[in-house]
Design a protein around this ligand. Structure first.
Ligand code: SAH
Length: 606
């Protein structure tokens, strides 16, 4: 009686401290540390599982100024006490990770206890079951049917953190609990288009559940089939699950499983949805490789014709084959192993990193080194392969592809709607928007005859991705003949892509590193280009009185420093947009857009 009263008070305080912890992270960190020291036996956590769940998903979303403050503190602290002017420097915003690490430590203790109980059959995993349900409630709270959430948003982070904990809990859940979790996962993959990291985690958990419970493997085919009928777009997830499960199963079961898997997958190789088709084709090829290496003779003869026909249509080259290779060689299909890579490193560091989640969500293994893992899970992966993998552009692309799939197709034609211009008519939207061959075709079809020579826009000095992405879009829209960047890698940056809306695929882009700019300008001058600097200088000509030569190379300055003193003398002329307001200069993209428009206007009327 006394105990339950106590518990109630503790829970109330915990709730209050949790709310305060949203602004002063240290409070919740202290609370969790004290609580975990005081309540040492995992059995006693039965009453406090809600506190534990709050800790597992803890971490408010920081505002930009808080992020800057946090990064600066961490940077100073990274030099160690020797260089730190204020030895007591701490950062309020750095505590989220340590709250989560502490909570993971508790969770591992609980999992260990439940595993022991399971072995001695003394009780069913009750606490683990409660924590699982509560974590899933957290996921559901943020779930809205048919809607999507943004990458790195609070919703994204909450879902990801909950999934990370569920992967640990699965170790000690019984079959019934796993069956329930499996149904929830199937629903979740069906109704929401997840961010890549959440998708990886949900698929991984599903694979582990199915690998550990043979009985559930019998019902999975029907579940997957139903999901495909409800929302075909989600099949890429279930097809991935089939592939990864094939890697986790014992040899005796493999032949039968792959046979069933190919039967299930091969119709999807011709699915309407590009992304589903691609996943099905990749997995078919992967399974075929296993059939060959394991020399499953029955399957060889049974499916050879299927494999050959899919393969011969894929071997025609072009975009499909290129994308197939890209996906096939991605870390997810080439390196990741659902059993061998079951480690804190993969869950808390690699998957967030490879899923393109911002790096404040990656928890390095050093943070977990002090935990007692009781052989529940390994800290690091034995092989380096995953550590050395790159996210590449697949995680970004797959998210983009999901958007295509969910674009509304039926609209009310009587409504007055915005006119969306198709630069040229394309038969296959997916093909056109995703891949470069379509660019070539588009160029051949030509929406305007570009003048050879024309305008070259050099943005090698520009640093910020939104400016570069925006400039790229403007250059594309006005038919600039060449857009020059400081690095071609920038085009892969999500912030660049957000603004460029795929314009980078439609224009010619080249790379000139800032330190090469001088020699590049000299070579362009030799080719007959007039070098025009957009800059406010003592000798600038006003844009409204300037006549652009046809072969113009426009140099834009850096956001902060403008065009540096050693480049200015190389310009034939500096031109400025006359300003009247108080602000000293314009944004560089805005400047570029005004210049490009003026160039186009003059050239079209000549
Ligand atoms: N030189 C500026 C900052 C650069 S603004 C300063 O020290 O305050 C970034 C870039 O935008 C400039 O280098 C220039 O290329 C362009 N820009 C901004 N305002 C401009 C204007 N009024 N005319 C021409 N270029 C301008």
């Amino acid at each position: 009686m006394l105990m339950t009263k106590c518990e109630r008070h503790i829970l109330k305080y915990a709730h209050d401290l949790y709310s305060h912890g949203q602004t002063i992270g240290r409070i919740y960190q202290l609370f969790i540390s004290h609580l975990s020291n005081t309540i040492s036996s995992p059995t006693l956590w039965k009453a406090y599982y809600t506190i534990l769940v709050d800790g597992l998903v803890f971490g408010p979303l920081l505002r930009k100024d808080q992020r800057i403050y946090k990064d600066t503190c961490e940077y100073i602290l990274s030099y160690g006490a020797k260089y730190c002017l204020n030895p007591s420097l701490t950062c309020e915003f750095s505590f989220s990770t340590s709250v989560r690490v502490k909570s993971v430590a508790l969770l591992i203790n609980i999992v260990k206890m439940e595993l022991q109980n399971l072995i001695s059959k003394s009780s069913s995993p009750k606490i683990a079951g409660e924590v699982t349900n509560h974590l899933w409630q957290n996921i559901l709270k943020t779930t809205k049917e048919n809607s999507r959430y943004y990458g790195n948003s609070h919703v994204h982070r909450l879902k990801q953190r909950a999934m990370q904990s569920l992967l640990l809990l699965e170790l000690c859940l019984n079959e019934e609990q796993c069956q329930h979790l499996m149904n929830l996962l199937c629903d979740s993959l069906q109704i929401e288009s997840h961010q890549p990291s959440v998708k990886y985690f949900q698929e991984w958990l599903l694979v582990r559940i199915l690998a550990h419970h043979p009985k559930l493997r019998q019902t999975m085919w029907d579940e997957f089939q139903k999901a495909g009928v409800k929302r075909p777009g989600c099949m890429s997830s279930f097809i991935s699950v089939i592939f990864h499960l094939s890697r986790a199963l014992p040899h005796e079961e493999l032949e039968k499983f792959i046979g069933k898997g190919i039967e299930f997958i091969h119709p999807w190789c011709m699915a309407q949805q590009f992304i589903v088709r691609l996943f099905a084709q990749v997995v078919l090829q992967k399974l075929w490789e296993t059939i060959l290496t394991k020399n499953f003779e029955k399957l060889l003869s049974r499916f050879k014709v299927v494999f050959d026909s899919v393969n011969s249509s894929l071997n025609q080259g072009g975009n499909t084959q290129r994308n197939l290779l890209k996906l096939k060689e991605s870390f997810y299909f080439e390196i990741f192993h659902p059993m061998d890579h079951f480690s804190l490193e993969t869950i808390f560091y690699d998957i967030p990193r490879l899923g393109n989640v911002s790096n404040d969500e990656w928890i390095p293994t050093s943070e977990f080194e002090c935990l007692e893992l009781h052989s529940v899970i390994q800290l690091k992966n034995e092989s380096e392969a995953l550590r050395q993998s790159n996210a590449g552009d697949w995680a970004v692309k797959s998210a983009a592809a999901c958007k295509i799939e969910s674009m509304p197709t039926d609209g009310d034609e009587t409504l007055n709607i915005q006119k969306k211009i198709m630069p040229w008519k394309i038969d296959d939207l997916e093909e056109a928007s995703l891949f470069p061959e379509a660019v070539e075709r588009g160029k051949q079809l030509g929406r305007r005859s570009r003048k050879s020579g024309g305008l070259v826009v050099v943005a090698s000095l520009v640093d910020r991705m939104p400016n570069l992405g925006g400039l790229c879009r403007t250059c594309e829209a006005f038919g600039v003949s060449e857009f020059v960047l400081g690095s071609l890698k920038y085009t892969e940056d999500p912030q660049f892509q957000n603004l460029s809306v795929s314009a980078e695929r439609w224009i010619s882009i080249s790379e000139v590193k800032p330190y090469m700019l001088g020699s590049y300008l000299a070579s362009m001058k030799e080719k007959g280009f007039s070098l025009v600097g957009a800059e406010q200088t003592s000798g600038s000509i006003k844009l409204d009185t300037f006549q652009f030569p046809e072969k113009t190379l426009l140099v834009l300055g850096n956001e902060k420093g403008g065009i540096p003193a050693d480049i200015l003398p190389l310009m034939d002329v500096c031109v400025e947009v006359p300003q009247e307001g108080l602000i000293r200069s314009l944004n560089v993209h805005v400047t570029g857009a005004i210049f490009i428009w003026e160039y186009v206007r003059q050239n079209n009327t000549r």
